[in-house]
Design a protein around this ligand. Structure first.
Ligand code: SF4
Length: 175
């Protein structure tokens, strides 16, 4: 059996535009809040965080992951396969499970989640303000939603869920 035949056939051919728009808005808000959180302690760190987020999320991971995804040039859960197809050539779905981008993604999102939390908490020890508390709470809410409920909802209907190492839901019983 090759990887093509392991696609989850009941998965969506394309995701609704509302899901894609919501996912992108959430990601943009998350990156902005992360940058603000770093800025509370150090302006340079904020710029480095913003640059890292943009380069990794919108360029490096799109090249490494989306080119080998079955949704390449289609409306995937967050629409980034369309973005990838604008700049990069199609790869092979067979390589998806072992490609370096799939291993790099948890590291990238881990850094993007943890660094702002460390910076904002450190800045709160220097000087506590309500605005810092609001940014911290929003960051935690978005992180938990994106990494939990939101991700599970996307993965459950994804054609890649049987071969994706990052899938957040268990394989269906009929797989
Ligand atoms: S299974 Fe989940 S993590 Fe993997 S490609 Fe699909 S939506 Fe993304």
């Amino acid at each position: 059996m090759n990887s093509e035949t392991k696609l989850y056939t009941q998965g969506l051919e394309k995701y609704p535009k509302t899901t894609i728009i919501f996912g992108n808005l959430l990601m943009i808000v998350w990156i902005i809040l992360g940058t603000i959180a770093c800025r509370f302690l150090c302006s340079l760190a904020a710029w480095l965080y913003l640059a890292f987020a943009i380069i990794m999320v919108y360029i490096v991971l799109r090249k490494l992951i989306c080119t080998d995804c079955c949704y390449y040039d289609k409306w995937c859960p967050i629409g980034w396969s369309k973005l990838s197809a604008l700049f990069f050539k199609k790869g092979s779905v067979k390589k998806f499970g072992t490609n370096i981008g799939v291993k790099l993604a948890p590291f990238t999102y881990g850094v993007l989640s943890l660094i702002p939390l460390i910076f904002i908490i450190a800045s709160m020890f220097q000087k506590f303000t309500i605005s810092k508390l609001i940014v911290l709470v929003l960051l935690l809410v978005i992180s938990f939603y994106s990494g939990g409920i939101g991700r599970k909802k996307s993965c459950a209907k994804c054609k890649m869920r049987l071969i994706c190492p990052g899938c957040a839901v268990k394989p269906p019983s009929d797989a």
